[in-house]
Design a protein. Structure first.
Ligand SMILES: NC(=O)c1ccc[n+]([C@@H]2O[C@H](COP(=O)([O-])OP(=O)(O)OC[C@H]3O[C@@H](n4cnc5c(N)ncnc54)[C@H](OP(=O)(O)O)[C@@H]3O)[C@@H](O)[C@H]2O)c1
Length: 179
């Protein structure tokens, strides 16, 4: 299972000047607790903006210019990075940025998107996606953002077909972890 996790505005802004446009500690805590224990895959610029490997996670960085980063595995190709990520048999989280989200969205099974309510200008965007291809499995409202858990419809159809059940419009997100 490959999960994209991001925070974005309604305009799909995710970044400005190499950083997050906002400072929302509670949302950051959600990111940390969700990805803990998993494999995180990121672009080199996102690694630079974080500045260090995140603890208690396998850190994989994609870069054509940098060969080695202490505490991380570096790959010069998205497919190679994902193959390596799968080898750990842990949850795989694509954590950005825009360049990496764009290349991996077609491969994603799930998305965990924090929709930031306020308007923030930016220069980096989450890719557009067809809402018709995704089921909303869960939604959690917060003061500054709403978290929406999406699961690709084709994944739900496969799971339900294996169980001999009809396709549900909305199914608990955890079902997506059963493959
Ligand atoms: N709101 C959120 O959830 C969120 C999450 C993550 C990041 N962000 C923000 O997004 C911005 C960074 O995003 P970004 O799109 O500019 O950069 P990025 O996706 O983090 O990194 C881009 C870099 O990744 C490497 N790369 C990408 N595709 C590659 C490929 N196919 N093969 C080899 N290397 C490849 C290249 O590194 P080299 O140049 O080294 O070759 C490229 O310059 C920042 O503002 C950050 O704060 C926001």
């Amino acid at each position: 299972m490959i999960t994209l996790i991001a925070a974005l505005t309604k305009d799909r802004v995710i970044g400005k000047d190499g950083k997050l446009p906002w400072d929302i500690p509670e949302e950051m805590q959600h990111f940390r607790s969700t990805t803990k224990g998993g494999v995180i895959v990121m672009g080199r610029k996102t690694f630079d903006s974080v500045g260090h490997p995140l603890p208690n996670r396998v850190n994989i960085v994609i870069s054509g210019s940098v060969k080695e980063i202490p505490g991380c595995e570096v790959f010069d190709d998205v497919q190679k990075a994902l193959e390596r990520a799968k080898g750990f048999h842990k949850e795989i989280f694509i954590i950005g940025g825009s360049a990496i989200f764009r290349q991996t969205l077609p491969l994603a099974d799930r998305m965990i998107l924090s929709w930031v309510k306020k308007y923030y200008p930016g220069d980096t965007y989450f890719p557009g996606f067809d809402g018709g291809e995704w089921n909303v499995a869960r939604k959690e409202e917060h003061e500054e953002y709403d978290i929406v858990w999406y699961i690709r419809k084709s994944i739900m159809e496969n799971i339900n077909a294996k169980r001999g059940q009809p396709v549900m419009a909305s199914t608990p997100f955890d079902l997506g972890c059963t493959r």
